[in-house]
Design a protein around this ligand. Sequence first.
Ligand code: AMP
Length: 383
Amino acid sequence: MMPGSPVLPGSTVGILGGGQLGRMIALEARRMGYEVVCLDPAPGSPCGQIAREQIVAPFDDVDAARRLGQASDLIVYEFENIPYRVVEVLEQEFRLPQGSRILRISQHRGREKTALAEVGFPVAPFRLVGDAAGLRRAVQELGLPCVLKTCAGGYDGKGQMVLNASADLEEAAAELDAVPALTGEWIVEKFVFFLCEASVIVARQETGQTATYPIGENSHRENILHSTVVPARIDGELQAKAEALGADIADALGLIGLMAIELFVTPDGLVVNELAPRPHNSGHYSWDASATSQFEQLIRATGGLPLGSTRLLTPVVMVNVLGEHVPAVLRGMPHFPDNVKVHLYGKRGAPAARRKMGHLNVLGGDPDAALNWADRLYQGRAI
Ligand code: AMP
């Protein structure tokens, strides 16, 4: 199929990755009348439960990825830890509009921050370091407090250290000394004193058409997203700036597909923290509260269909359900008010603490009331 001709229902969408994002892409694709196949190493994955077929293979198995390509009219990836070299092979042979370029950038914090800074987008001052001496130099130049992060592989705050005082620096330096020198494998960022964290989700089509979602206001608990409030409780002008920033970044990077941009809102303006070139946890509210969910939008953007409306149909609060919350959700569900939409991802096995198992979209009303309701639920109090 030639790039550009729309991929219509009846066609098959191949999803690289079988997690909850793939599951929600698959559910939306199925609703619209697409067939779905996916590739994931874990049999019975959340997405595999919805797909017509799951190819069970590791993500670096190029032959298996080609089998996915042969079975699909359109391929999308659902998370950024798919080896970009596999995507590089597939994009030559099949229709994979998201491509490997942005994936490669977003897999490495150093490349990501460098790409953004090069074209003038606001990021925290940073240095790439490979050893303890480099770390000491970087901290001297940037000044404390700083955040030390691994360039690759970290997520939900894993592989991160906040350096407040010189004792923290010495501890981190000792850790870096303990691993073989890996040039440029760590990033030191100036600590950003933010008022709140927010994200903007932007979709961009091959034609250059872009659509941004309203800004989400994100709270994290122990580095894992806890909730997203939409509309964000930040000044309207700043919201417009964040949406414009999102569209500009999508244009600058030549995005095709959907991307979340995590932002720090500071007294001096917006600072970009991280890019995720795929549907994002902070966009899960869109399933129930937006005219077009982020999952449908990804299919539209990559499938050459006009982008759908991102209009917010109702204010909403998304609250994540982690493993430790599952019993309370199941116990409470018969008593939930009718504005609470339950999403559980069908992850197999006993729910491990801190693992994302689902989310609740609380529609309408007062965001503080919704957040308090979720706290009461999770603390086992009356709801
Ligand atoms: P990340 O994995 O880069 O998204 O970071 C996880 C969380 O750590 C963010 O959501 C922030 O709450 C915090 N964080 C990361 N980088 C910084 C920074 N430079 N300054 C302050 N907080 C940060």
